[in-house]
Design a protein around this ligand. Structure first.
Ligand SMILES: NC(=O)c1ccc[n+]([C@@H]2O[C@H](COP(=O)([O-])OP(=O)(O)OC[C@H]3O[C@@H](n4cnc5c(N)ncnc54)[C@H](OP(=O)(O)O)[C@@H]3O)[C@@H](O)[C@H]2O)c1
Length: 264
């Protein structure tokens, strides 16, 4: 593609030394041929990080797009997730994900959201075993708070490398970010473009002033905070535009204005 943007290649370093691209492609709610097309467009644009999940029902399509892309598997950071209703069947669930994704290891496997009570701890133990057996290079969690991160860490003696949570300027909380940093847990944000952030007048003003789209401002804000961001789009044009965030920098003042939108 001739007009492909220079996709930022900044990475977060996980506790085991693995590098996770700060910009990834989210795939929730894209299914069937649309998922193949969108994932192919993302790879062609230059995204090298894909985020899927067992419950998205599109691992097969994401795997197909990756296999057909010509991009080497080891150039792409691949995440999938296990829902809590698979407790007790975690490794079978992961093996099915690997089959669908046409790979023998994911880069990151996440507990999609907490299960009830001690089930979360037993799930985490299974995740540790998956990492030890090489089926998942890194393991992490999603939708956990810091107390639960501490609980699973204490129970298995292994900390999650990543916590994927909802995050955007409107949800910014310096305490939450600091809690992740102090634990060496990489904060990965999701739904950055939802919840009214694209229409927020302050974000729209910064976008207009800097000659960027609101989505680009929000994505750039994540990158400058070293927070992983995984915008989803089914539109090739928006897939490209969302990645075209390498050629500008938000000023410290604009970063502070965006931070203040979270009210914390
Ligand atoms: N762990 C979890 O529990 C969890 C929960 C939610 C999401 N996630 C992950 O995070 C990813 C991102 O979150 P998300 O899918 O909820 O939301 P998102 O990426 O924040 O926003 C996606 C929405 O924004 C639209 N959009 C994308 N780029 C745009 C642009 N430049 N201008 C205007 N609209 C734009 C998309 O529509 P079009 O497709 O029409 O462009 C879609 O409606 C998911 O895909 C998934 O991988 C994880």
């Amino acid at each position: 593609m001739t007009d492909a943007p220079a996709v930022p290649d900044a990475t977060a370093t996980l506790t085991n030394g693995a590098r996770m691209p700060l910009l990834g492609f989210g795939t929730w709610q894209i299914k069937g041929e649309d998922a193949v097309r969108a994932t192919s467009a993302a790879l062609e644009t230059g995204y090298r990080h894909l985020d899927t999940a067992t419950i998205y029902g599109n691992e097969g399509e994401v795997g197909r797009a990756l296999a057909e892309s010509g991009v080497r598997r080891d150039e792409v950071f691949l995440t999938t997730k296990c829902p809590p209703n698979r407790a007790g069947r975690e490794l079978d669930t992961l093996r099915r994900s690997l089959d669908l994704l046409q790979t023998d290891q994911v880069d990151l496997w996440l507990v999609h959201w907490p299960a009830n009570g001690s089930t979360t701890l037993s799930m985490w133990q299974a995740f540790v075993e998956a990492q030890e057996s090489g089926l998942a290079r890194s393991i992490g969690v999603s939708n956990f708070d810091a107390a639960l991160v501490d609980e699973v860490t204490a129970s298995a003696g292994v900390a999650p490398a990543v916590n994927q949570i909802e995050w955007s300027p409107l949800l910014f909380d310096a305490g939450v970010l600091a809690a992740h940093r102090s634990r060496d847990v990489v904060l990965e944000g999701y739904s950055a473009l939802r919840g009214g952030s694209l229409e927020h007048p302050v974000i729209v003003e910064i976008a207009d002033r800097t000659g960027r789209t609101p989505a680009q401002v929000i994505i750039r804000w994540h990158l400058q905070h070293q927070v992983v961001v995984i915008p989803k789009s089914a539109s090739p044009e928006r897939i490209r535009s969302n990645a075209d965030v390498g050629g500008f920098t938000l000023s410290d003042e604009d970063m502070a204005i965006l931070d203040s939108l979270g009210g914390r």
